[in-house]
Design a protein around this ligand. Sequence first.
Ligand code: GRG
Length: 352
Amino acid sequence: MFSPSSPVDSALNPPILYDGRMATTSPLEQVPILASDLTRVEEQLHVAVATDNELLQDIAAHLISAGGKRVRPGFCITAAACASHDFAPAEHNVILGAVAVELVHQGSLYHDDVMDSAETRRTVPSVNSQWGNHQAILAGDFLLGRASEIAASLGVEVAGLLASTISQLCDGQVRELEYLYRVDRSEESYHKSIDGKTASLLAAACRIGGIVGGLDEQTIDKLTTFGRAYGMAFQVVDDILDLTASDEELGKPAGNDMIEGVYTLPVIRALQDPIVGAELGQLLGRPIDTTARDEARELVKRSGALRSAHADARHYANEANDSLRSFAATAGGAALKAAADHLVARVENLVV
Ligand code: GRG
């Protein structure tokens, strides 16, 4: 029905294969209707950035056209459907909620790439490298502005939620900056940072789906818990991938976190390791080149910290699934659970 490389298929089932092993089943097999809903999201993303300022429109549409997994829109739409037994095509407002969340995500990526001086994103040149930092910052703000307009059209609750989520993204990012190059970064600091910079938006995606889909308060709270716990697992997995995947698999340079001074959960754990911790501590704590980065990656692998971080991701995915236990029988509930299981399974063989 859709090709393996389409953004639709990759929304909940990223097409990355490691060691030739395919992990678990596709959540989308259970919700084929999501494919057509995500096509509507693509159309509305382009509508959202339309303006008579041609340059601004080109810059704002750059990452939309580059693809991306569309995890957040997929969750918003699936969340809205999770309490009903038929997965009918989403209401237009649910599509708009999904678009608003994806625009905030993309706006944050524009700013993130400026901060990191990133060259590529989603396998294409980053906005900052193609047009410059000033244009990337302004186009990122434009995306946030358009997201806010759409959110306002969906009501005060959605507008307030999206606004507070943007604040949480900034909070999480500042917490990360606070500990750059610090080998004494604690796990608590890491968890607070990823809660803000990643989990808050996945929680908001699910919550907005629930609100706009007209679900009851208790269900909306369960969906929010799901999204936040999934988001924590998502970032831990992303951080494992940065230490284990190749540039081609990521669509951007791998192993960048340690070079940028961002010490993620596996690195924090390896720094505490009685065998490799001291050697790793000598290498880190300052800007490093790719040779030192590769040495540091080897030490992290040897310490077993990847495996232990993976156990944390599993723990968060279980927490996510527990919150949706009462929806296991609906197509939407089963798809969300399958997405959480798939997320963790796809890196399982990378951490052995
Ligand atoms: C301006 C809203 C705003 C925020 C400023 C820069 C910043 C504060 C926050 C950045 C947060 C950030 C980049 C978190 C990382 C989240 C993450 C794991 C991104 C990758 O998400 P995927 O894998 O990417 O879903 P695709 O490309 O598939 O959409």
